[in-house]
Design a protein around this ligand. Structure first.
Ligand SMILES: NC(=O)c1ccc[n+]([C@@H]2O[C@H](COP(=O)([O-])OP(=O)(O)OC[C@H]3O[C@@H](n4cnc5c(N)ncnc54)[C@H](O)[C@@H]3O)[C@@H](O)[C@H]2O)c1
Length: 437
């Protein structure tokens, strides 16, 4: 890909479209509004709080990322979305119970204006919930065209100059890539014939990409991770990325595992279990949705530890992940990890991690960063899979034949180097020999 010669300025409003107005999306929108009102801080957001070192360490140039690249301002964001329930974003946020009533009250008038459009939904893909706010159509193609109309209407009524979509809907049942996902033509035929391998999230993805709107996938669903949508993203100059926000337990894994590997410490086993009680947890009680999530969570260690390169250290590791729906916990998940490692001469040791985290509090800033970076990428003329945004995902999308990079520190370096490359700054290799010449 060629380096962008010029990045178009972030002029006008940026419309954020969210399929799924649940815990994550309402926590994200409420948070943006609280920050805009000066009532809170955007903690966890790289675009808002992060800096980037430029040039030599002795140059002392470390601007804020948002000053270095032209990102949309928070005041320019405007929101819309879809859900199978009719609750407005305030009601949905109150129901999710992530933010306390005092914080929610401060943004009630704003959130109450965000009313979900009718969803393209198929109960076969999310078995444990059902709702009344659902589109009707002869086939999946008709539903996708209705989403396109929604996008066009939102563009008009919100007066946004640019749009970005971020899937924050439920985890759908496991779907394998099939022939119908291989080309845009076959994909359209499959939508028309109501093929069972076309999931609702794919209809939103198709509608967004063919409307020229970048798409991020926050769930582990296949969605944009298929050749048909990737080809369309190229043809329509649309950046896409996914999948599955990297928060909680997997974030911890991709922080710890690179450390074990860097020190050549062995790993015999890693047992992870979670209890959570939000709607996401309820949906994951269904074995189909759980399988989608499990695949996404399990792949991380294999790629980071490379057992084929280090058979003595990682060849026999046993990795298990469990998720238990436990309503009393609400959105405040508890993730336990028991890690069996071994050191010098094979002597065993154990590490226990007990992360009492808040799922949506960890996910909300990722939605913000992804929206702002995808918009930046589009203005810089970048299209197709944005591997530099792997930093945000449990199962990063890559070009065919490439293995995904899961190590959080490599991902962070890749992201920042991409920003430097976009702006024509020297990439930072961390070699540092020049300081000793
Ligand atoms: N919170 C995290 O840390 C985290 C991390 C990784 C991935 N995720 C994923 O993000 C997604 C959102 O999580 P959440 O906690 O907000 O879940 P949630 O259940 O609170 O919200 C999801 C919403 O999507 C709606 N929905 C389902 N199918 C839809 C469709 N076809 N069209 C429109 N709306 C639809 C549901 O009605 C629900 O309101 C989930 O897929 C979850 O697995 C969350």
């Amino acid at each position: 890909m060629e380096k962008p010669s010029k990045i178009a300025p972030a002029k006008g409003k940026l419309g954020v479209l969210l399929p799924g107005i649940g815990a994550v999306s309402t926590t994200f929108m409420a948070g943006v509004e609280l920050v805009r009102k000066g009532k809170s801080q955007p903690v966890g957001s790289l675009t808002q709080m992060g800096t980037i070192r430029l040039g030599k360490r002795t140059d002392a140039r470390s601007p804020l990322i948002k000053k270095f690249v032209p990102l949309a301002e928070l005041t320019d964001l405007t929101f819309g979305g879809w859900d199978i329930f009719k609750d407005n974003a305030y009601q949905s946020a109150a129901n999710a119970g992530v933010l306390n009533p005092q914080d929610l009250e401060k943004v009630k008038p704003f959130l109450s204006t965000i009313k979900p459009m009718k969803a393209a939904f198929d109960h076969d893909f999310v078995k444990l919930i059902d709702g009344p706010n659902i589109k009707k159509g002869k086939n999946k193609y008709e539903l996708a065209l209705q989403i396109k109309d929604d996008i066009a209407n939102f563009r008009k009524t919100s007066r946004a100059s640019r749009l970005v979509t971020c899937w924050c809907g439920s985890t759908e049942t496991f779907v394998k890539p099939e022939e119908v996902h291989s080309t845009p033509e076959k994909f359209i035929e499959a939508m028309k014939s109501n093929h069972p391998a076309i999931a609702p999230s794919m209809l939103y993805a198709w509608a967004s990409v063919t409307s020229g709107v970048p798409f991020a996938n926050g769930a582990p669903n296949l969605t944009v991770d298929i050749p048909a949508i990737q080809k369309l993203a190229h043809d329509h100059n649309v950046p896409i990325c996914g999948k599955d926000f990297k928060t909680g337990q997997t974030l911890m894994k991709t922080i710890l595992a690179p450390g074990f590997k860097a020190r050549m410490l062995g790993l015999e086993g890693w047992f992870s279990t979670n209890i959570l009680g939000n709607r996401d947890g309820e949906v994951l009680e269904d074995p189909g949705s759980f399988k989608t999530k499990e695949e996404s969570k399990l792949s991380v260690l294999e790629y980071i530890l490379q057992p084929d390169l280090y058979p003595q250290l990682y060849g026999k590791m046993c990795h298990k992940v469990r998720i238990n729906y436990y309503p009393p916990r609400g959105d405040n998940k508890e993730g336990w990890d028991n890690i069996d490692i071994f050191g010098w001469l094979g002597y065993p040791m154990q590490i226990k991690v007990d992360f009492l985290c808040r799922d949506s509090i960890l996910a909300a800033p990722l939605v913000l960063d992804l929206v702002l970076f995808l918009d930046l990428a589009q203005r810089a003329g970048m299209r197709g899979i944005q591997e530099w945004l792997s930093f945000y995902f449990k199962s990063p999308m890559t070009a065919p034949g490439l293995y995904p990079e899961h190590d959080l520190f490599i991902q962070s370096m890749k992201l920042k180097n991409t920003l430097r490359w976009m702006k024509g700054e020297d990439l930072i290799t961390h070699l540092g020999q020049e300081y000793y010449d």
